[in-house]
Design a protein around this ligand. Sequence first.
Ligand SMILES: NC(=O)c1ccc[n+]([C@@H]2O[C@H](COP(=O)([O-])OP(=O)(O)OC[C@H]3O[C@@H](n4cnc5c(N)ncnc54)[C@H](O)[C@@H]3O)[C@@H](O)[C@H]2O)c1
Length: 290
Amino acid sequence: MGVKKLAVIGAGSMGHQIAMLGSLAGYETTIQDISPDSLQIAKSKLSKIMDKWVVKDKITSDVRDLAFERLHFTTDLKEAAGDADLIIEAVVEKLSVKREVFADLDKFAPSHTVLATNSSTIVSSLIADVTSRPEKVCNMHFFFPPLIMDCVEVVKGEHTSEATASLAMEVCGEMNRTAVLLEKEISGFIANRILFAIQKEAMSLYEGGYADYKDIDVIVKKALNHPIGPFELMDLSGIDVGYYVMQQQFEETGDPKDRPSKTLTEKMEAGELGRKTGRGFYTYDTPVKN
Ligand SMILES: NC(=O)c1ccc[n+]([C@@H]2O[C@H](COP(=O)([O-])OP(=O)(O)OC[C@H]3O[C@@H](n4cnc5c(N)ncnc54)[C@H](O)[C@@H]3O)[C@@H](O)[C@H]2O)c1
């Protein structure tokens, strides 16, 4: 069965843009968040982005208006899940919260509905067991910011059916996103495992006093031709996001090497979360809320 209705749970940095991708693809899309403020912010951010797209001739004003007509906002999970064919969860990166959300989604969504998580690291087998439909659970990992980044990792667990993985791949195609199917689960998937390896090494070199973080960013950009340095990228995606990812990995592996580093922990405690708070490793004149 094809997808007509989409629901996105969580209207934060990722959720609101994934929802807009769905709406632009022609799906009736409902975005749900427990926080009315998050929904309000999501709406105004999307208005600004879509207006810019119209000015830049990326879309016509008719396409923008239709996309907003198809996009609905609610704090009511039952309303969002009740008639969705596919639900993409994008709430905070905490396993316990995701498990609660999936248990509720399983209660409220029709039996055919596929449930996907946009988690950066958590494999869906750690969540699927709270549902009565593990074969309809998978990962759909979009990258930040989803309206720009053209890649989605679709990850199949042992519990995931072929039909579920195909449906997730098909929806990514409709959203104009390049989807890559991972046949086997691994925490962190592909892109983030490579990225974390770089970030961990960059942090260890910085904390070891071998070079300042600014110089490490310069070397990675100039010598390795990366468009952005590892510390600049941590500021961009959010120090808190990186912290929770490491915390989650540490809980899964128990390996002290996966524990959030001293510097990340200090930045969390100081509320220096990167661009969104105006200060992370670098200082920004105007806080940029993702
Ligand atoms: N930020 C990134 O770069 C990035 C990239 C890829 C994937 N992800 C993943 O996407 C997910 C969301 O990350 P984000 O950066 O958008 O987080 P965020 O903190 O910006 O947004 C999370 C949103 O979820 C809402 N929320 C929390 N609990 C909820 C609940 N029980 N029900 C409904 N809404 C709830 C919050 O109010 C908030 O608006 C995480 O799993 C993260 O790992 C993040």
